[in-house]
Design a protein around this ligand. Structure first.
Ligand code: SF4
Ligand code: SF4
Ligand code: FES
Length: 523
């Protein structure tokens, strides 16, 4: 017998309905079925009046974008999972014309506003005009856009304000900036279009059917050009960068820094099964010293020697994200030098981080940069703590935490850990290992908290708006505690949750894990 999928579809006809509603349909599943196939099946078998857009059915025209189970996707390229029900809704932030058909006027207006064509000041010198491949190499990737608007629908900034035109438009500005024939000041245009509102959360890349790296290839590229052209950073952003250049840390000291407080670089165990270096990052060193100690404790309990070089330097994530490449490059070289010297002295080849932003920066910014500069990448590998515990040590070999923590706990996935480094399930698996924890999944766990990309530092009001939306998602889980794996997200979540009347606590996963180990010792 054919397998039946339950499809819940958004319906609304403004001419006849008082309010939108959802309608349920049974769809016969077929291998390889796409969401568009399911919609066509519903239209064919149950209701020919169901309205949705489609044209090419081949991922090329961009017309079939809808929200599938909460996330914008193009329907003709999104496979139906045989064991999952479907929730199909129209794109967000756009008025409904009927059912799944949205009014694209806002987007069209924004496209028109940026004059999306090559602007020239002279006629081509010859016909046909010859453009050499190397001149357009950099724009090859961002030209792949099919203008489906899916990325606009799920961008956390557009969700809060149309002051930001959305990833699709910023990508188009970058494309024109890179076109050697275009003479418009596209950097000035990007600045007028709130270039610094993007949190670099990578939701757009995740959603994009062409997987275009908009934060890297468009947002950060335009920001670097803006800095080069002399546009000043917001004072909060510049403060971080000045601090990195003056002290090697992006924030001022508070209390005794972790690296000053420890009297040795070596945290060794009796029968080590491994040895790693620990890159603390600024916030764990200067603000969350207990988290740093918890990380060392957790690794030691799992028979791993931990080396903590006492001289460390900021990864310069704030500089990479906001476009100050001079600071960024200098820091990448310094961090590489420090850890390569330590790995030679202490014989390790793996560096552990517990900060999503640092991990992403070390892996995806430093690595290619150092390789480009000297021909070889940094000699060490970088792992997030949860990733190392589960993927390197492995669940079977992990020393299980025994102390009971009886709480309902949910998880906020830091953008730079989940979409940034592909570490998605490991933190949740760790939480589930703690006795007493009832893990509550938040369907919106991977939505940005609004702290990254220099937005908390540069545009606090916008950052808080995004955080308040995040708070609604967290509160809706009914959890007593939200956990995460990034100090920046932790600070942001603490800030918004302390204003809530729900009494939800915020904890960093290494702290929670270490607490369970300690409680287990006492039992
Ligand atoms: S990275 Fe995030 S905030 Fe920036 S444009 Fe993409 S979805 Fe929007
Ligand atoms: S960037 Fe990707 S998701 Fe955004 S409009 Fe273009 S193709 Fe669609
Ligand atoms: S129908 Fe053209 S992209 Fe889906």
């Amino acid at each position: 017998m054919a397998k039946i999928i339950k499809a819940k579809v958004y319906r609304y006809n403004p001419d006849t309905d008082d309010a939108p509603y959802y309608q349920n349909f049974d769809v016969e599943y077929e291998t390889g079925m796409t969401v568009l196939d399911a919609l066509l099946d519903i239209q064919d078998k149950y209701d020919s009046s169901l309205a949705f857009r489609w044209e090419c059915r081949g991922g090329q025209c961009g017309s079939c974008a809808v929200k599938v189970n909460g996330t914008a996707r193009i329907a003709c390229r999104t496979k139906v999972e045989p064991d999952e029900n479907l929730l199909i809704e129209p794109l967000e932030k756009m008025p409904i014309i009927k059912d799944l058909v949205t009014d694209m006027a806002q987007t069209t207006y924004r496209i028109r506003r940026i004059r999306p064509y090559v602007s020239r000041d002279k006629l081509p010198e010859q016909h046909p005009e010859i453009i050499h491949a190397e001149e357009i190499e950099k724009l090859r990737e961002i030209r792949k856009c099919i203008e489906c608007s899916a990325c606009i629908s799920n961008c956390p900034i557009v969700h809060e304000t149309w002051d930001y035109p959305g990833p699709m438009i910023i990508r188009q500005i970058a494309r024109l900036e890179l076109d050697p024939r275009d003479v418009e000041d596209r950097v000035a245009m990007a600045m007028n279009e709130s270039l610094y509102s993007c949190t670099t959360c990578r939701m757009c890349t995740d959603i994009c059917p062409k997987k275009i790296d908009i934060p890297g290839l468009a947002v950060e590229l335009l920001r670097a050009k803006a800095v080069e052209a002399g546009y000043p950073l917001a004072s909060g952003q510049q403060g971080f960068i000045d601090s990195v250049n003056q002290t090697g840390r992006s924030v001022p000291e508070k209390g005794i820094p972790l690296l000053k407080g420890i009297d040795t670089e070596e945290f060794l165990v009796k029968n080590p099964q491994g040895r790693v270096g620990f890159f603390t990052g600024c916030l764990i060193d200067y603000r969350m010293q207990s988290t740093g100690k918890a990380l060392i404790d957790v690794l030691n309990r799992n028979n791993v020697d931990v080396i903590v070089p006492k001289e460390q330097w900021c990864c310069a994530s704030p500089a990479f994200r906001t476009g100050d490449l001079t600071t960024a490059y200098a820091s990448a070289e310094r961090v590489t030098e420090i850890f390569e010297a330590a790995m030679e002295k202490y014989e390790f080849d793996t560096v552990i981080v517990a900060c999503a932003g640092c991990g992403k920066t070390l892996r995806q910014d430093h690595r290619p940069l150092i390789e480009e500069k000297r021909g070889t990448p940094p000699k060490f590998m970088v792992f997030d703590l949860a990733e190392y515990l589960l993927d390197v040590i492995g669940e079977d070999n992990l020393v299980k935490p025994k102390g009971e923590i009886k709480m309902k706990i949910t998880y906020h996935e830091p953008c730079h850990l989940g979409r940034g480094q592909g570490v998605i399930d490991q933190p949740i698996e760790l939480l589930k290992m703690i006795p007493g924890v009832e893990y509550i999944d938040d369907p919106y766990k991977n939505r940005c908290c609004g702290a990254g990309g220099g937005v908390r530092a540069g545009q606090r009001e916008l950052s808080m708006k995004i955080a308040l939306t995040k708070r609604e998602y967290i509160e809706a889980t009914g959890a007593d505690m939200v956990t995460t794996e990034c100090p920046f997200c932790t600070i942001q979540l603490i800030d918004i949750l302390k204003e809530s009347d729900k009494g939800i606590q915020t904890r960093y996963i290494p702290d929670l894990l270490a607490e369970s180990y300690r409680l287990g010792d006492e039992e």
